[in-house]
Ligand binder design. Structure first.
Ligand code: ADE
Length: 424
């Protein structure tokens, strides 16, 4: 038997189940497959140490497979304590030779220990999802930061943290913010979060959405996706917003818009998708109806104030079903339900974005890593947007993989678009 890479996963015996999951996901990821084939020939990452903090899912295994095919030496930890698929983690270790440090449901100490385990392997490139890896590197692992050439950040929340670090003069190397990619805003946030958030709510509770009043906090791309999918299933959707332009968009898309202080007493299902903290807090728990369900679609577990919920319930809570906790608030006690501990419900209670979506997101990742290998030298240590050409290339590959042809501009049309003199 070949030697296993360093690892800390729940159970290596699960690897065979993981293989099935990864095989199924990879069949839905044709664009990444073409990139993988090219990486395999070109070996651009030969010997390059890449440290990744990602949700350890089947789709992530497909991405890691592409980078490994290009010659990368990989280490991966989870980017959320609840999002690891233990079967996939076992598969990565036992069959792909990837140093993997992730266990589903790990506590904070184990989670950080696993981030450290990746950093201990001295990555030259960081692939982050939420900025925990980069934050830890800039805090505890300063001494080896000069070895890092560049990095990528998957999420908009992570990009906000990175920009704050850069503004404070603390970011030590260039990072590409992949959430700036147009293809991501559409695929990952709208389609992916939209479907998988609803999937998490349904899998954990099995509630009927038709006729239910769903309150969606935040009308960015994620909130918009959730609101539209909930409406598609027959829910009555209310949107809450702080941004007047987005509120206007929600209204003109046909949703009711009101402050959370009003929505709290009418909603039956609440979904937070703002990227900010304290969106649903004590004053709202006090108004909510008996049986109200709360779920978070944002990156971190700060949107629903879980501490305040525990305090308001005076610790009267129990686990009702997997990923469903019921808190008793007030006297005689209204039952308020919290899904996936207030963490990302789509990964805590379901499988995350579908592979067809991750095909795009992770092709962005793969091509961004490739671009950094050849361009990092010329970049300042700050947060950079993905070059638009990569976006366009991925959309072109995806359309082709779907067997769809599109029109091309004619010579006359190109000239027309480049001419200012022609009008009425
Ligand atoms: N983020 C959201 N969904 C995901 C998935 N399926 N795999 C990895 N990261 C994700």
């Amino acid at each position: 038997m070949t030697e296993l890479p360093p690892h800390d996963v729940s159970d290596l015996e699960l690897a065979t189940h993981g293989r099935g999951r990864v095989e199924w996901a990879s069949r839905q990821m044709p664009v990444l497959a073409t990139v993988r084939d090219r990486f395999e020939k070109e070996k651009l990452f030969a010997g390059v140490r890449i440290g990744a903090s990602l949700h350890v899912t089947a789709e992530t295994a497909v991405l890691l497979g592409a980078l490994a095919a290009g010659g990368a030496e990989l280490s991966v930890c989870a980017s959320n304590p609840l999002s690891t698929n233990d079967e996939v983690a076992a598969f990565l270790v036992a069959e792909e030779g990837v140093a993997t440090f992730a266990r589903r449901g790990e506590d904070q100490a184990s989670y950080l220990g696993h981030v450290d385990a990746v950093l201990q392997r001295r990555p030259q490139f960081t692939v982050d999802d939420g900025c925990d890896l980069v934050a830890r590197l800039h805090g505890v692992w300063q001494a080896q930061i000069r070895e890092v050439i560049a990095g990528t950040e998957d999420t908009s929340t992570g990009a906000v943290r990175l920009r704050a670090l850069a503004a404070a003069g603390g970011l030590s190397y260039p990072v590409l913010a992949l959430s700036s990619a147009a293809i991501r805003a559409l695929a990952d946030n709208r389609l992916g979060t939209g479907q998988s958030t609803i999937d998490g709510i349904i899998r954990s509770t099995n509630v009927l959405l038709a006729g239910a009043t769903v309150v969606v906090a935040g009308y960015g791309n994620c909130g918009r996706g959730v609101a539209n999918r909930a409406r598609g299933l027959g829910a009555i959707v209310i949107v809450t917003e702080v941004d007047p332009l987005r509120a206007f968009e929600a209204l003109t898309d046909g949703f009711r818009v009101m402050p959370m202080s009003e929505a709290a007493s009418v909603g039956e299902i609440f979904v937070t998708a703002t990227g900010n903290r304290d969106v649903i807090c004590r004053e709202h728990f006090e108004q909510m109806r008996d049986g109200a369900i709360m779920a978070n679609a944002g990156q971190f577990d700060v949107e629903i104030d879980v501490g305040a919920l525990k305090a308001a319930s005076e610790d009267r809570f129990r686990r009702l079903r997997p990923m469903v906790e019921e808190y008793l608030v007030g006297s005689p006690g209204r039952r308020l339900l919290l899904l996936a501990e207030g963490r990302l419900v789509n990964l805590g209670a379901a499988d995350g974005h579908p592979p067809q979506v991750m095909d795009l997101s992770f092709t962005v990742q793969a091509l961004a890593c490739e671009w950094l290998i050849t361009h990092a030298d010329s970049l300042s240590p700050s947060v950079h947007d993905l070059p638009p050409a990569i976006d366009e290339e991925i959309a072109r590959l995806k359309i082709a993989a779907m067997g769809v042809a599109i029109d091309e501009l004619t010579g006359g049309q190109k000239t027309y678009l480049a001419t200012w003199g022609l009008g009425t």
